[in-house]
Design a protein around this ligand. Structure first.
Ligand SMILES: Nc1ncnc2c1ncn2[C@@H]1O[C@H](COP(=O)(O)OP(=O)(O)OP(=O)(O)O)[C@@H](O)[C@H]1O
Ligand SMILES: [Mg+2]
Length: 649
């Protein structure tokens, strides 16, 4: 029972603990990743700012240079050497990859890094075209072909070139190389003092293999933080789906330029033109990422700006939380075990004591008592048990006393019976002699001619008393079960009626009301006249106890389970005082002036001979009930030639 209690307790704790852990882990995991996504979203904003600033810087340089009067003057004067040297100086000073000048038709007149190639048309460039038309300064990102790059400088074309490196999760492609480049470009109009367009100055920086922007993002946004040897934050610029500038590294630790974007991300950003803010597989690991499209001045998607943070520290954080919650559950289970152990003990120990005490009780040890320590149901059970034991003990003692009394009584009666029988035997012969002698005297007197009976009355008194003595002796022998029974099939109700009819006269005289309650009885084997005598003796006693206007009730019933007949004779007489109750079956015990005290002793003797029992309940002032139980088939002793019977006739 104890283990059952403990197991159920622990199961409840494990279930609730596990549910709490699962829910907690889920919520916390979700929360952590949401927070990470939020962070990466703002990081992308910062990255865009940095990208924008780079573009603005170029724009400012180009605009300010275009506004310089010596550029205007040299252009008005068509002083190409001057223009060439001025523009080349600015380009070098500002660290621009490209800085060229066109005429007002968009044809190159100054190419700072390759002055030999001029006169080509640059109006293919949307930025330049817009500047020519609107005479303002414009900037943006543009894809520039290998040819165009080569014109500016073969080194740029080389810098832009990528052999595409295959990586997992990228969209399959047949493309093996990228020859064009992505350039952040600005173009500013050069106007004369009257506002007439003289030409357009355009410049820019190639992003391919130029890590300035991405490293600035890494430094500014992520402060170059490292987790377990890996950069927490990374940034990339894609030209279409190709990484052209990044600080994401390959397994070998090199910048992963030349690799392509994961298929699903590319689909979302390049095709659908929507930002991607969630987990993504970046080159070699999962990161929490943010991607957004880079558009050219016309709004066409030409690339992607990406920032991503390492997932590892969030995963570790999540795992730590799981472990934390798990340990709480485990500690909870241990505490539950300890609590359940003691709690179960406090329930099962008293029950164990009860069980042990009950076993002892079953073995007959009534001195058991359980200690009651609590006031709950178990305490009540203990109290009830103690009460039950004391009641059983009390009843057991009463029962013992009663049986002892019965045994003592029957032993005493048996002793008295032996004594009485002995005395009766001894007296029988002299009595028989006496009666013979009285008869002889009477005969001799009559022989003398003196008529019988007229002789002095002493002789007849002598004879009467002798007969009375014989009667007493017969009764004594009856009590001592020394007379023989004559067993026959009898109807107990009939015997009772017969006994009653003998005393009818007395009953009428005393105005006693008789009530009969006879049940249907089987025929029993018994001595008719002996039982008739028993019932007569008891009914007589009842009548004598009631004197007048009493109520006598006779009832019989068949006790099927014991195969016995029960006869009850009840009166409303004086009752028997408790102090004489144990003695009423003794021969010669009487409380009556003219009683011999043999009535009940004879009844006792006869009932015992019939293997029956006789009991009495009596309350002084209320009445007395005699209860006789007789077996239906008594095995009565066979008649033999006992001298008592012979002598008393
Ligand atoms: N129904 C009864 N009510 C009250 N007392 C009774 C009743 N039956 C018996 N007794 C008491 O038991 C005593 C013994 O009864 P028992 O029949 O043996 O002798 P007795 O009636 O006194 O004399 P006997 O029957 O020989 O004339 C009686 O003297 C009486 O005190
Ligand atoms: Mg009597």
């Amino acid at each position: 029972m104890r283990s059952k209690l403990i197991i159920s307790f622990v199961i409840v704790v494990i279930i609730t603990g596990s549910i709490a852990t699962i829910v907690g882990v889920h919520l916390i995991g979700e929360g952590v990743f949401k927070q990470a996504q939020e962070k990466v979203r703002t990081d992308l904003n910062s990255a865009r700012e940095i990208y924008q600033r780079e573009e603005n810087d170029i724009k400012t340089v180009v605009r300010l240079t275009a506004e310089r009067f010596y550029i205007k003057d040299a252009l008005i004067r068509n002083d190409l050497p001057r223009l060439n040297s001025e523009i080349a100086t600015v380009r070098e000073r500002e660290g621009l990859d490209i800085l060229n000048l066109t005429d007002n038709n968009g044809r190159v007149i100054v190419r700072s890094r390759n002055s030999a190639i001029i006169g080509d048309d640059q109006t293919y460039s949307p930025i330049l075209k817009k500047t020519l038309l609107e005479k303002e300064t414009f900037s943006g990102t543009e894809i520039i072909s290998k040819e165009e790059l080569t014109k500016s400088s073969p080194a740029l074309a080389e810098q832009a070139y990528f052999e595409i490196i295959p990586i997992p999760h990228a969209k399959p492609t047949t493309k093996t190389e990228e020859t064009s480049g992505m350039v952040i470009k600005a173009a500013a109009s050069v106007v004369d003092y009257n506002g007439n367009l003289l030409g357009v100055l355009y410049g820019g920086n190639l992003i391919n293999r130029n890590y300035k922007i991405v490293d600035k993002i890494k430094e500014t946004v992520f402060q170059g933080q490292v987790y377990k040897g890996k950069d927490i934050g990374t940034a990339t610029i894609f030209q279409d789906e190709l990484r052209i500038s990044t600080n994401v590294t390959t397994k070998e630790g090199e910048r992963a330029v030349g690799t392509r974007i994961a298929n699903d991300v590319g689909e979302q950003v390049l095709v659908k033109g929507k930002p991607w803010i969630e987990r993504a597989f970046v080159v070699k690991e999962w990161r929490i990422t943010a991607y957004e499209p880079i558009k050219d001045i016309k709004g066409a998607i030409i690339g992607i700006l990406y920032v991503g943070i390492l997932e590892d520290n969030f995963v570790d954080m999540k795992n730590e939380t799981i472990w934390f919650l798990l340990s709480i559950t485990i500690i909870g289970v241990i505490i539950a075990l300890v609590v359940a152990y003691f709690l179960a003990g406090s329930i099962t120990n008293p029950i164990k004591h009860l069980a042990a005490a009950s076993q002892q009780l079953a073995k007959g040890d009534f001195n058991q008592k359980v200690s009651v320590t609590s006031k709950d149901e178990i305490g009540e059970l203990g109290n009830a048990f103690n009460f039950m034991i004391s009641s059983i003990k009390e009843r057991d003692e009463k029962l013992k006393q009663h049986t002892q009394q019965v045994v003592v009584r029957s032993e005493r009666l048996a002793m008295i019976g032996q004594l009485a029988a002995g005395v009766a035997h001894e007296i029988n012969n002299p009595l028989a002699g006496l009666r013979t002698y009285v008869k002889l005297i009477n005969k001799e007197i009559s022989d003398l001619g003196i008529p019988e009976g007229s002789f002095p009355k002493y002789l007849s008194l002598m004879e009467r008393e002798t007969i009375r003595c014989s009667e007493v002796v017969r009764n004594l022998l009856n009590f001592a079960r020394q007379t023989d029974a004559r067993p026959q099939l009898v109807d107990m109700n009939h015997i009772l009626n017969e006994a009653l009819s003998f005393i009818e006269h007395q009953i009428i005289m005393l105005d006693i009301k008789v009530e009969k309650n006879f049940g249907t009885l089987p025929q029993a084997v018994a001595d008719f006249s002996q039982l008739q005598q028993v019932f007569m003796n008891i009914i007589l006693n009842a009548c004598e106890a009631m004197t007048t206007k009493g109520h006598l009730s006779l009832s019989t019933s068949y006790l099927e389970s014991d195969n016995q007949i029960e006869i009850k004779i009840q009166d409303t007489g004086s009752g028997i005082p408790p102090e004489i109750l144990p003695r009423i079956f003794e021969p010669f015990f009487t409380t009556k002036k003219k009683g011999t005290g043999l009535g009940l002793s004879v009844a006792y003797g006869i009932i015992s001979q019939h293997k029956g029992t006789i009991d009495v309940n009596s309350t002084v002032g209320v009445g007395t009930t005699f209860i006789i139980k007789l077996p239906v088939q008594a095995t009565l002793p066979k008649p033999d030639n006992h001298d008592a019977e012979r002598l008393i006739t």
